[in-house]
Design a protein around this ligand. Structure first.
Ligand code: ZN
Length: 295
């Protein structure tokens, strides 16, 4: 038997922007009712959703980063789950290894060449590769990079992570060493972090969650939409939230609004947790939307 690579997005170019997926892991996770809230009773899912479930009805999800090149800039969007982390409630993540760094190498980039790490939010599945376990200590993986997130996100999670058992280890292990090294800068929605690449407010799922929108000549071409959706079910049913949402009503309203914007613009969305071809467009489909992968 030959094992092929895990399904992941093929490199894409959109205008001047190059996008490469650095995949940490992909596979079946929870059943929808174990993680999602507000699923319609007796729902009949549209046929296009079928490939996003494994045989036993579990949602297939990916954990990944996007590496962006734009002019001379090298920008990493989010840091996935990482290696060697302490997640006793997630046996599939606890002390795991990953070939995520090999994917960074496949993109032709060393950690020291990354000039910006953009963190959409500070949940554990977006911060893992911020640090590496080396010589009995967690050290920043990207010491040459400025690390960007919102002040709201930084204050909330550094101040209150102990109230959330699933965040207990990831903030001290992954975020605090970067903070203590003085590598964080704060952004607000509207800031342009590179030519045409602007921060956009996606608060709701996490208190200060943000994404990125890329425009050329004023036209919206691409959106890095963080956890606006965890699974394409949330496009078919945009009102559906997760048990991890800080403000479920706001998360749902943000999703409705942004999906409508991106459908109208025909923008390519980069959906962190969609497996395989996670770049695609939103098209209106009844009360919700459908996901149309770029390939
Ligand atoms: Zn996530």
């Amino acid at each position: 038997m030959t094992l092929g690579p895990l399904p992941r997005m093929a490199p894409l170019e959109i205008g001047q922007l190059s996008i490469f997926s650095c995949l940490d892991s992909a596979g079946p996770t929870r059943k929808p009712e174990e993680m999602l809230r507000g699923l319609p009773d007796g729902r009949e899912d549209p046929d296009w959703l079928a490939p996003y479930f494994s045989d036993d009805g579990r949602m297939v999800m990916a954990y990944q980063s996007f590496l962006l090149r734009l002019e001379e800039r090298v920008i990493l969007v989010d840091c996935a789950v990482g290696e060697d982390g302490t997640f006793p409630a997630r046996p599939d993540w606890h002390r795991k290894k990953s070939n995520w760094l090999a994917h960074l190498g496949l993109a032709g980039v060393t950690p020291d060449e990354v000039d910006t790490v953009f963190l959409t939010h500070l949940h554990l599945d977006h911060t893992g590769w911020l640090t590496r376990w080396q010589d009995e200590a967690w050290i920043p993986t990207f010491p040459q990079a400025r690390h960007l997130t919102t002040r709201v996100e930084h204050e909330f999670w550094l101040g209150r992570h102990e109230e959330f058992p699933y965040m207990g280890a990831s903030i001290p292990d992954s975020v605090v060493p970067v903070d203590e090294a003085g590598l964080f800068d704060f952004v607000v929605p509207g800031d342009e972090i590179a030519p045409g690449l602007a921060v956009v407010d996606l608060a709701g799922h996490s208190p200060g969650m943000v994404g990125l929108e890329y425009r050329e000549a004023g036209k919206l071409l691409a959106a890095f939409n963080a956890d606006l959706m965890h699974h394409p079910l949330q496009m078919a049913y945009p009102e559906v939230t997760t048990l991890f949402c800080a403000d479920p009503a706001r998360a749902a309203a943000t999703r409705q609004e942004k999906l409508a914007d991106y459908a109208e613009a025909g923008a390519v969305m980069f959906c962190n947790h969609f497996p395989g071809d996670c770049a695609g467009r939103a098209e209106r489909d009844g009360e919700g939307f459908r996901f149309v992968a770029t390939r």
